[in-house]
Ligand binder design. Structure first.
Ligand code: ATP
Ligand code: MG
Ligand code: FE
Length: 341
């Protein structure tokens, strides 16, 4: 089955073609980062309008890249939430309209299920059951995954998401927007041990996260210290180490609690090289397999939506002829494919 995947939940327009026999055939992405940079954050109306401009050209580009016609598409998958409602409605409307025009089924995909399944696009996909550390711009969760749609939330953030903490801390260091990747680059040049940082919520049991105290700690440090480049790099490195350590401690606890042998890291912060290296080492030490998506599929993309949608379409599931999107949509509300009430 060949599925066209559409992602428009935030500030990236992503389109991809996934074939259940041959794998990923094509993918294309347009990032709106430059459009939003001057505002220091995503402006929802600008995001929606740009998705309108970019979506169909990207879809044509994907078809051309794969050497296919629209009539070769067997189903359409689009992100229906969670995310910015106007942005989601662009993808949902276009996806639904394409499906009607082609007389093919369409499926509404949960954005975080997309992130969670993204490692399955890689050559050695993780096997169920596993624990997933889902860390992105809007979410930080630990999830027990028994199969597609069989998710149990083990822990989540009580305040900022991990990516949000990276972005806000980067702003304090004048690294622009979104600053997560820039902060990670600066951290490479710094000494993570020069300043001490807390490891939030690791001194008591539980699998929830909290990152806002870490951000406040960093703000106080930035105000108290000189703003020479070496000090800035040391602060960035100390912050990153604290976030990564905290996530590693929680992952270890989640693996013990569930007795899982496979850990999956996904979402934009999963592109952080120190996080990837640290969890790989943890896996080697404790005998678990650790999987993550390729760097480009950690952040938002159409490939993960095409893949997740394809799994559900193959199981005979599809979404009725309505254009619906949800700004909020708890991951735990999903059912296994074909089991929807
Ligand atoms: P959500 O998926 O929760 O709806 P989102 O789609 O906006 O949020 P993603 O696209 O998955 O989030 O990820 C973007 C986030 O990842 C940003 O906060 C960004 O700073 C962060 N990020 C990307 N690369 C890195 C990196 N190398 N190190 C740390 N953070 C990173
Ligand atoms: Mg984004
Ligand atoms: Fe995302």
């Amino acid at each position: 089955m060949r599925v066209l995947g559409i992602e428009t939940s935030c500030d990236e327009t992503g389109v991809a073609l996934y074939d259940s026999d041959r794998g990923l055939l094509a993918h294309a992405l347009h990032s709106q980062v430059d459009l939003h940079a001057e505002y220091g954050g995503v402006v929802p109306e600008i995001a929606s309008r740009d998705h309108v401009r970019k979506l169909l050209p990207l879809a044509s580009h994907c078809l051309a890249q794969a050497g296919l016609q629209r009539s070769d598409i067997d189903g359409v998958a689009y992100t229906a939430g969670p995310g910015l409602i106007g942005a989601l409605l662009v993808g949902a409307s276009a996806g639904r309209a394409l499906a009607v025009a082609l007389d093919k089924p369409a499926i509404a995909v949960h954005h975080m299920e997309g992130h969670l399944l993204a490692p399955m696009l890689e050559p050695e996909p993780p096997a169920f059951p596993f624990v997933a550390l889902l860390v992105s711009g809007g979410h930080s969760m630990l999830v027990e995954v028994k199969g597609i749609g069989r998710y149990r939330l083990l822990g989540e953030t009580l305040d900022d998401a991990a990516g949000e903490a990276f972005d806000k801390t980067a702003k304090l260091l004048n690294l622009g927007y979104p600053g997560g990747p820039a902060l990670a680059r600066l951290a490479e040049k710094g000494d993570p041990n020069r300043f001490s940082f807390p490891r939030p919520m690791t001194d008591r049991p539980g699998l929830d996260f909290s990152f806002s105290g870490l951000k406040t700690h960093t703000r106080n440090l930035v105000l108290a210290e000189d703003d020479d480049p070496a000090t800035q790099a040391d602060i960035a490195a100390g912050f990153q180490r604290a976030v990564v350590d905290t996530m590693a401690i929680k992952c270890r606890r989640a693996m013990v609690a569930t007795r899982a042998r496979q850990l999956v890291i996904a979402g934009g912060v999963g592109a952080n090289l120190e996080l990837r290296a640290t969890l790989k080492r943890e896996g080697e030490k404790h005998g678990w397999a650790v999987s993550y998506p390729r760097l480009a599929f950690c952040t938002d993309n159409g490939a993960m939506i095409a893949f997740a949608g394809c799994q559900r379409l193959l199981a005979g599931e599809h979404t009725g002829p309505v254009i619906e999107a949800r700004a909020r949509w708890p991951l735990e509300q999903l059912d296994a494919p074909g089991e929807a009430a």
